[in-house]
Every structure is written in C-alpha cells, then in structure tokens.
Design a protein around this ligand. Structure first.
Ligand code: FHN
Length: 451
C-alpha cells in the first residue's frame, strides 16, 4: 500500500471511530492500520464486540494440552496420536452449538479448523491427518458448524495454525529437536509451504470465512511463510475477509491473549482472546472456572477500551460442552440482552481519569454509557464532562436518575463534576449500566483544572 493511501485511511478511520479525540485533542487511541487494512470491511468486527472461540480436537480425548502436550514432551507423540481413535463426536450437535452462541449475544465464532497438531476438522483433500479420515467420528465436523452459524446470521471465523508439528516436511516437531533447518533446505520447506497454502485455499473456498484466525506465526518469518502471498490468496477470493494479527504483520487487528490489556492496545482494532478456565481445550481436572461476574467484568473492560472479547470454550471429544461454559455463555447472554444498547455498535469510551469504571459511547457520541462495576450503591462521579446532560437512563428499566453538578465556576471553561446518586432500585445480578444522553457530541475537558 502506498504511504499516501495509508495516511488517508488513517485519517478517515480516526474521524469515523473517535469523534471525541478529534474534537478535544485528548490522545490515547492510536490508529495503526496494517498493510491493506480497510476501514469499511472492519465495521462489522468493530460493532460485534463478542465472539466465541472453540478449541475442539483430539486433545479432548485425554483432556490434555492441545498440541503442546506432545511438543513439550509431556506425552509421547505415539500416545498423543492414539487419541485419534477416541474422537467420536457422538453427541455433536452443531445447531445446538450455534444456538448457544447466539444466546450468548456473540456476533461471530471462531473454530479451530486445525491446531498445531495438524489434525484437520474438515475433509481436507491434502494427505494428512483429519477427523473424517482418521477418527471414529468419520465425518467433516467443520462444515455443519459453519452452516449452522450462517443460518443464524453469526459471522464465521476459521482458526488455522500455520505451524503443523505433525507434517513430515514441517521443520518443527518436538521441543528442542527440529526435523531440519528451513533456511538450509528451501526445497523441503517449499513442500510444506505448498501444502499449507493448499489447505488455506481449501478453507477459503469451502467456508468463505468472514475471519481467518491464524496462529503460530512465531516459528517463521513473514518471508518464509510468504505472509503477503497468503494474505493475497485469501483476499483475492474474498476482499472483505478479515485476518487477525498472527500473520507476521500482515493481519488487520491485534490479538492480546489471556490478559486484559491495562493500556489500550496500539492497534485500531483489537480482540482479547481468553479461556473460561485456564485451558483452551477440554481438561476435566481444570476447575479454575471464571464466574459469569468475572467474564462480564472482563468483557465490559475490553469493550470500554475499544476492543472485542473472543471467549473460548473447549468441548469434550463427543461434542458436548461442559456445564460451566454453558452457564457462563447463558448468563452473559442474558446480561447482553439487557444492556446491548451500551455494547453492540458502540465505540470505546472515556479515557482514563474521567470515571472509575468501563464506559462506551454511542457511535454518534451523543450518549455516554457508564458500566457500574462493583454495583455501587452510593454515588458515582464523572470528571471533565463539558456537555450538558439531557437525561440519565437506567438501562433495562424505565427509571431515570437525577444528577448534580458540583464545583462549576460560571465564568470558567472548566466543567464541574457530575455526581449521580445510585438508589437501591438500581440493581443487577452482575453490573448495571447507565445511559447519559448528552446535549451535542461528547466534549471532554482533560486538563488540570484551575481557571
Ligand atoms: O499455542 C496456541 C494455544 O494452544 C492456543 O490455541 C492459543 C489461542 O490463542 N494460541 C496459541 C498461543 O498463543
């Protein structure tokens, strides 16, 4: 992409997504577009806020780390691949999965079509491990799921590991021992690279995913993977396809993992991927479940900082989903239903310092949403809000709340403090949300006070 063009996109996206910053000069959200990233195609992703990640593979048979268990030599490779014989998908109900995802409020889902262990979930034409060819499930388990998503208007995401530790021509295998050095044997590397691109082409042609979620790019450079070629291959089939960051700099958005960002990520679009317990795949001994309240705190925090949450579930080998995960998705869904106005189609809210908690703005920035984390029953304060307030609504109810402006000097441009008393009638199992309808577009004062 030419430099001038990139600057044009940058300017357009700043105008479109952060009216606040253009008006007040407050900094904090930096737009850094990836090569070729295009604002229009990212719109649904920015609006979606919630995706469900699904790690499903043969690792659910023994309930061990996906791929890493053999790579890190926790288990022998032969024992790892024995799990192929135990993957039945006997209770797999793709329509029920998609219904649950819909109920959670998620707008997209990302399925591991192939993890680092190389076992494809679809009936790949390439000669390699797959669920249909090598397991008692004997069928393509990806196609019906993508179809069920499509039928429900949920965007389709295909996770694909660039690393394939099982493929005989892939250099990496076990930790500390690789098969060969790709730089010294380019012909062998090309064999792998051709195979990898053939599988990526199949994914693109078979599923036409809205989103391709690459993983494992760290083992080789952009040049070795031919990241520009892979990007081109996908975009030539579907120019609107979105690609995550894990393609050595050739993706469209950032993917922080497991840790809620403390500062807003640099990328203009980003998505926090996170497990509900401590593992991606099904592991019965892992009972470190996050509660629905934990997940709602994390979700509100991500959305308030302008990001998405990609929340992971790990079904059992038979396709059933652990109860705790079902419970989290349902509770999250009920909360989303009540407070969706403050979440979906909004943009990240107040920069640090204005309010103790997450917040978002309506896209036209005339409504400010305050997420009342910790369910306060006293009063909350907003600093630096220059707008007058039309009304304060308690979302999900018919209540409106009064407010007080404290410390306003009539002849100074520095705004007073906004105090809102939270009566005991403002309740929620997890986190109530207020909508503050403003006179005009939000206008913040970010200075030190004084005259
Ligand atoms: O190695 C993988 C891991 O198993 C898991 O799939 C996560 C999900 O983001 N990605 C990799 C680690 O970053």
């Amino acid at each position: 992409m030419k430099k001038g063009f990139a600057h044009f996109f940058l300017a357009v996206s700043c105008l479109f997504f952060s009216p606040l910053y253009s008006q007040t000069g407050v900094t904090g959200l930096q737009a850094s577009l990836k090569p070729g990233a295009d604002t229009a195609k990212m719109e649904w992703f920015g609006d979606a806020k919630l995706g469900i990640f699904i790690h499903w593979g043969i690792y659910a048979v023994n309930g061990i780390d996906e791929s890493w268990s053999f790579h890190n030599k926790k288990i022998g490779y032969a024992d790892y691949t024995k799990q192929l014989k135990g993957f039945t998908a006997a209770k797999y109900d793709p329509a029920a999965w998609a219904d649950l995802i819909k109920e959670s409020g998620a707008r997209y889902a990302v399925l591991t079509t192939k993890h680092h262990d190389g076992v494809a979930l679809w009936d790949s034409k390439q000669k390699h491990y797959s669920i249909p060819a090598n397991t008692p499930a004997k069928r393509d388990v990806a196609t019906p799921f993508f179809k069920a998503l499509e039928e429900r208007g949920i965007r389709k995401g295909a996770y694909f590991s660039l690393i394939d530790w099982s493929y005989p021509d892939y250099p990496g295998f076990l930790k500390d021992s690789s098969r060969y050095d790709a730089t010294k044997d380019p012909a062998r590397w090309k064999k792998f690279s051709d195979f990898n691109k053939a599988q990526i082409t199949e994914l693109s042609q078979r599923f036409n995913p809205d989103l391709i979620w690459f993983d494992g790019d760290w083992e080789h450079s952009a040049e070795e993977w031919d990241a520009p070629g892979i990007r081109q291959l996908l975009l030539s089939r579907n120019p609107k396809a979105i690609i995550n960051s894990r393609l050595q700099g050739y993706g469209d958005y950032e993917t922080p993992e497991q840790h809620t960002p403390v500062t807003r990520p640099k990328g203009h679009w980003w998505e926090l991927c996170m497990t509900i317990n401590d593992n991606w795949g099904y592991q019965p001994q892992d009972t470190a479940w996050k509660t629905p309240a934990d997940i709602i705190d994390i979700f509100a925090d991500a959305v308030g900082s302008g990001g998405n949450l990609l929340l992971d579930i790990g079904p059992r080998q038979d396709g059933s989903i652990p109860d705790k995960e079902v419970e989290v998705l349902k509770e999250l869904g009920a909360w989303n239903k009540k407070y969706g106005e403050a979440i979906f189609g909004t943009v990240g809210g107040l920069p640090k310092g204005h309010f103790y908690g997450p917040s978002t703005y309506s896209k036209d920035s005339t409504t400010l949403y305050l997420f009342l984390a910790g369910k306060p029953t006293g009063q909350v304060m907003v600093k630096g809000l220059s707008n007058s307030i039309k009304q304060i609504r308690v979302l999900g109810t018919n209540q409106t709340l009064p407010h007080r402006i404290v410390g306003k000097i009539s002849w100074s441009k520095v705004p007073g403090l906004v105090f809102i008393d939270i009566p005991p009638t403002v309740t929620d199992k997890y986190m109530p949300v207020l909508a503050i309808d403003l006179v005009g577009k939000i206008n913040l004062y970010g200075g030190h006070g004084g005259l």
